[in-house]
Design a binder for this molecule. Structure first.
Ligand code: GDP
Ligand code: IMO
Ligand code: MG
Length: 458
């Protein structure tokens, strides 16, 4: 079926990130002419596998592998120019053109080296103080969003005005160096090698940051744009757009397992604010969800399993699913599918359909457990509560579902899935109340089952 013209799709993670958003965004981009990131930064790690070749993306939208598709970094993203150029150069080496197709919003707040220094020093201070670490990616995401909300951030547009940039940078450094030295004890802190060139006696050095930023400014200038206007113009001209979420709903700063969350809104509604379009332009919300759950970093995880013991279902998820983070290389914690968590996600995102990924990873597990609710303080509830304190006390209520022995790897036709696999999917749709639009059966772009194309109006 041909894609409907002028139709826009939002892709969001419905769990704690790493659901396979990148693979699906790349797949869906066959029907789109523009792909937009609207929140997060290079804390994201999206892996695409096209004809057996792997590409890892962090900041650049996952539509970049389709020739001719325009990619946009919206105002809601916090931008490290250094990381952006590393990624651009990597793609160019692999023969992918980027600079002619990438547009970066002039309103993006910048991530600068002191944000990263604050991020890692704060995590260390939590640990020393006996407080559980958030387990951040250590990329400076939280401190950069703090500056944005405090209305003191340096933004992409400031790069075009060296004097203005220098004045604001001096002010920011006064504040942040004070915190680094006096509050976080940075004089005695052992920073990673990548940060060392910027830091002397625990203080981030103005000259080094300024000179590097001005070099980046020259490279970035041709790509700086009024992304909001370009997206609205593209829409008016009949283009199909894809809004690519990073992280996942349970990492959302308002709706997630607070305070074990990231510092942005990862939910579908933020696609409008973070890209500069009206909510009426968002026509379909596709929720990406693994056939089980994973989480990287600290915080509660009601259905978490023991995943280091050989032969256990958790171990199968971890090893067959290759559950290691793309951004930090950390092992991801693994557990059963949580339908009560998904209900929360469906409600917050207004999901139109689900895409279930990594079904193949469950091949051979004799009996699956599906979490359909929790016991909390002696009461039964059927939806995930808000915030880490309550979620920590939730005891999952499970329903047993028979597994399957046949392989599902690479299946592209729903009817060819084992009956037990179809029963598992049907039960997920039933408990969560969201129809399944797509199923993914391997990392490869082509190993995808389509039941309802989000780009074809119902
Ligand atoms: P994202 O952050 O949501 O884009 O997801 P990541 O790329 O961080 O993590 C998903 C991982 O699972 C990647 O390594 C993908 O290549 C892989 N993957 C995606 N879909 C499938 C699938 O259906 N089956 C299997 N086995 N792996 C998948
Ligand atoms: P993608 O887009 C999984 C997690 C971190 C940590 C918390 C806060 O690949 O799904 P931050 O550095 O953002 O302040 O860390 O959020 N986190 C992710 N987990 N996938 C991601 O992105 C993540 N981005 C951040 O592990 O628990
Ligand atoms: Mg990821």
């Amino acid at each position: 079926m041909k894609a409907t013209k002028g139709r826009n799709v939002v892709v969001v993670g419905t769990q704690w990130g790493d659901e396979g958003k990148g693979k699906l965004v790349d797949w869906l981009t066959e029907s789109a002419q523009g792909v937009v990131r609207f929140q997060g930064g290079h804390n994201a790690g999206h892996t695409l596998v096209i004809n057996g070749v792997k590409t890892a993306l962090h900041l650049i939208p996952s539509g970049i592998m389709r020739p001719g598709v325009k990619c946009y970094i919206g105002n809601g993203v916090v931008l490290s120019a250094g990381k952006l150029f590393e990624e651009i150069e990597g793609l160019e080496k692999a023969g992918v053109s980027v600079r002619d197709r990438l547009r970066v919003s002039e309103a993006c707040p910048l991530i600068l080296p002191f944000h990263q220094a604050l991020d890692v020093a704060r995590e260390a201070a939590r640990e020393q103080g006996g407080v559980q670490k958030i387990g951040t990616t250590g990329k400076g995401i939280g401190p950069a969003y703090e500056d944005k909300i405090a209305r003191r951030a340096l933004r992409v547009q400031d790069l075009k005005h060296p004097e203005r940039f220098a004045t604001k940078l001096r002010e920011l450094l006064k504040l942040h160096n004070h915190i680094l030295v006096e509050v976080l004890g940075s004089k005695k802190f052992e920073f990673a090698d990548a940060l060392k060139p910027y830091i002397k006696d625990g203080e981030v050095q103005f000259d080094v940051v300024y000179e590097e930023a001005m070099r980046h400014a020259e490279l970035l200038k041709p790509m700086i744009a009024d992304v909001s206007r370009e997206l609205n113009d593209a829409h008016a001209a009949g283009a199909n757009l894809l809004f690519e979420g990073a992280q996942g709903t349970l990492l959302d700063v308002d709706h997630g397992t607070y305070p074990y969350v990231t510092s942005s809104n990862c939910v579908a509604g933020n696609a409008a604010a973070g890209a500069g379009v009206g909510p009426g332009m968002l026509h379909y919300v596709l929720g990406i969800t693994k056939a089980y759950c994973t989480r990287v970093g600290g915080g509660p995880f009601p259905t978490e399993l023991e995943w280091e013991k050989e032969g256990t279902p958790g171990y199968i998820m971890s090893t067959v699913g290759a559950e290691k983070g793309v951004t930090t290389g950390r092992s991801r914690r693994c557990g059963w599918f949580d339908a009560a968590l998904l209900k929360r996600s469906a409600q917050i995102n207004g999901l139109s359909g689900l895409c279930i990924t990594k079904l193949d990873v469950l091949d051979g597990i004799e009996e699956l457990q599906l979490c359909v609710g929790y016991e909390l303080d002696g009461e039964k509830i059927d939806i995930l509560p808000l915030g880490a304190d309550d979620i920590e006390r939730c005891k999952p209520i499970y329903e047993s579902i028979p597994g399957w022995t046949d392989t599902t790897v690479g299946v592209t036709d729903y009817a060819k899935l084992p009956v037990a696999a179809r029963n598992y999917l049907d039960r997920i749709a039933q408990v969560t109340g969201v129809p399944i639009a797509m199923v993914s059966t391997s990392p490869d772009r082509d190993h995808t089952i389509l039941m309802q194309n989000p780009y074809v109006a119902a």
